[in-house]
Design a protein around this ligand. Structure first.
Ligand code: G6P
Length: 605
């Protein structure tokens, strides 16, 4: 994880470094630091906690210089202390790192024997010590870094700065993303295009194993064998809306509210202008497909769980789903006629990216369902379908989830059509139904006041259970995840039918049980399970449409949803799940957008 930035500027770089780190805070916010070279002298400032602490420190203890590097950390090795914060320095070198050096213990021992003892608990420090050793032996910075890169196992994106060198940055990439930004007489390094967005729109991505020597005059790229290589410059357009809460108290509130327009835009983009047919790229083809493998992490994983129901129902294709971190370390049985679908909001999740690389070339094609179009997963899949949610800043994913669902529903319709299960007319009819989606989501959003009242009760609970059947089961899992993430209340999602096999033992009169049950074919079964909870005095909150609420009779609390077509229910019912978590977190006074211990983009495995 972690975000890194490097700037060779024409002006003082400290404010620009801190600005860029702000845009990288989604990668971690345990501590932050910057280093600069001023009049040949390397110096650094670091602070524990959010970036604002570093900004405060810089007001009292500024750092001058026109060349610098910066880092925002999500702790892996070593607690979030100032000593463990990056940049790590030794002798003439400072380094910032995103990733994990897996052989750091062996390197540490070797360095200790050579008289270079470690002073921090981090894996990163060995990089600084190794480079220092090389510099002390008389190597130039470039020679030193090249020699050290060969010794590092694991994943890294690195930026180096050197004492005495005001026109030099060295970057390196293996497993973690890194980009070079080209300015006018200024040059940049950054974890992604978002970090570099206000600085430049001309970007070169390092390929796996590349390292780069950056001066104000340009960048010199090398591949992992050390050979000079050319890498293309791309023009990038990154939406600047990310820093704006548009009048909302939190990014999460803004992102929840944006869903009707996001879904409308994604639907319009992936359909023909008259809205009667799908407009997906040619490569999204399931004609010969004998198996679909869906891989993701976190909220994206729950979206794939919903999509499994759709692919089976609409296309009749066998579907396998797995969490990326599990998938990559088992021996999944892949088919040459299979399609692998990789779902990731950020497009940078390390495990999902590794799973994609594992599958590439072993299935007929890979499809990415991604939000960040410049991301690694977008670039490495055969075809990347944008969910067009716009920048998602809040760590807890909301609009990303519903937009992922929508795009996967469209892919499932295409699969149904390719497999001869759905006629063109049937697809047109489904698309017509889908046009109601933004309006239905807006109606669900209108229930915010009722949701707030229920959330006030949830905020008192120690544990919360969510129940659902069919596509409402993964929705229950997602609802529980949202609540855990931002309110820190223990919550679990369960398939209603599994209640009797364990979790019913938890039920007593203090336990809120939220039941997601639209009035569909499974409603009666879910309501029977709900009765079992009520018989044991559980506090049932029923989330259903008007008919469903009427038929259920008396419950502890109810939450009315619009009446929705079955296919759209998981998307519409995501809204109360999100708003319940949001208002519960507000009632508990937690940090909604940046909950403790989490990061938006998980770039370490
Ligand atoms: C983190 C985020 C989640 C997200 C998951 C997968 O855990 O906090 O919100 O669902 O990563 O991220 P991705 O970017 O691959 O969808």
């Amino acid at each position: 994880m972690c975000g890194i930035i490097g700037i060779l500027g024409n002006h003082e770089v400290a404010p620009a470094l801190v600005n860029a780190l702000q845009r990288l805070e989604y990668r971690g916010y345990d501590s932050a630091g910057i280093a600069t070279v001023n009049h040949g002298r390397l110096d650094r400032r670091r602070a524990v906690g959010k970036l604002v602490n570093l900004s405060d420190l810089l007001v009292h203890d500024p750092l001058a210089g026109k060349a610098g590097i910066g880092h925002t950390r999500w702790a892996t090795h070593g607690a979030p202390t100032e000593a463990n914060a990056h940049p790590h320095c030794s002798g003439r070198v400072a380094v910032v790192h995103n990733g994990i050096i897996e052989n750091f213990r062996a390197l540490r021992e070797e360095l200790a024997l050579a008289g270079l003892a470690h002073e921090t608990d981090t894996d990163t420090e060995v990089i600084a010590l190794l480079v220092r050793q090389q510099l002390d032996a008389g190597r130039t910075p470039v020679q030193a870094v090249e020699a050290v890169l060969d010794r590092l196992d694991g994943a890294f994106a690195l930026a180096f700065l050197f004492d005495g060198e005001e026109d030099l940055l060295i970057g390196a990439r293996k497993g973690s993303p890194l980009a070079v930004g080209h300015g006018d007489g200024e040059m940049f390094l950054g974890s992604d295009a978002i970090a570099l967005a206000p600085l430049t729109d001309r970007i070169t991505y390092l390929e796996e194993g590349d390292w780069v020597v950056v001066t104000r005059g340009g960048a010199e790229f090398h591949d992992e064998t050390g050979r000079r290589v050319n890498r293309p410059v791309a023009r990038i357009r990154v939406d600047q809306a990310r820093v704006d809460k548009a009048g909302h108290k939190h990014f999460m509130a803004k992102e929840i509210a944006e869903q009707p327009s996001v879904l409308g835009a994604a639907l319009a983009f992936h359909a023909t202008p008259d809205g009667t047919a799908l407009a997906l790229p040619e490569a999204v083809d399931f004609t010969d497909c004998d198996r679909i493998t869906l891989v993701a992490c976190g909220t994206g994983h729950y979206a794939t769980q919903v999509a499994k129901y759709w692919f089976e129902q609409l296309a009749g294709i066998p579907v396998e789903i797995d969490i990326a971190s599990e998938f990559r370390y088992r021996q999944p049985v892949l088919s040459e006629r299979g399609v692998g679908i990789f779902v990731s909001q950020s497009g940078e999740t390390a495990d999902t990216l590794a799973a994609l690389r594992h599958v590439a070339g072993r299935v007929a094609r890979t499809i990415g369902v991604i939000n960040v179009p410049t991301s690694s997963i977008a670039r490495e899949t055969d075809v990347a379908l944008p969910i067009l949610a716009g920048p998602e800043i809040s760590v807890a994913s909301t609009k990303g989830f519903t937009a992922q669902l929508l795009v996967m529903l469209l892919i499932a319709l295409k699969a149904g059509q390719d497999r001869g299960r759905l006629s063109a007319e049937a697809v047109t009819a489904h698309l017509a139904t889908l046009r109601a989606l933004p309006g239905l989501v807006a109606q669900a959003l209108d229930r915010e006041i009722e949701i707030e009242a229920i959330a006030a009760q949830l905020a008192e609970a120690r544990d919360v259970l969510f129940l659902g059947r069919g596509t409402m089961f993964p929705l229950a899992l997602e609802a529980a995840l949202k609540l855990k993430e931002i309110s820190y209340i223990h919550a679990e999602g369960y398939a209603s039918g599994e209640l009797k096999h364990g979790p019913i033992a938890l039920i007593d009169k203090t336990m809120p049980v939220l039941v997601l049950a639209p009035r569909d074919a499974l409603y009666d079964k879910t309501v029977s399970n709900m009765q079992e909870v009520m018989a044991r005095q559980g506090r049932v909150v029923l989330i259903s449409d008007r008919k469903g609420l009427e038929e259920a009779g008396q419950v502890w609390a109810s939450l009315p949803m619009p009446t929705v077509p079955d296919l759209l229910a998981p998307i519409v019912y995501a809204i109360p799940a999100q708003l319940l978590a949001y208002h519960t977190a507000l009632a508990r006074g937690t940090d909604v957008d940046q909950p403790r211990n989490l990061a938006k983009s998980v770039t370490v495995e």
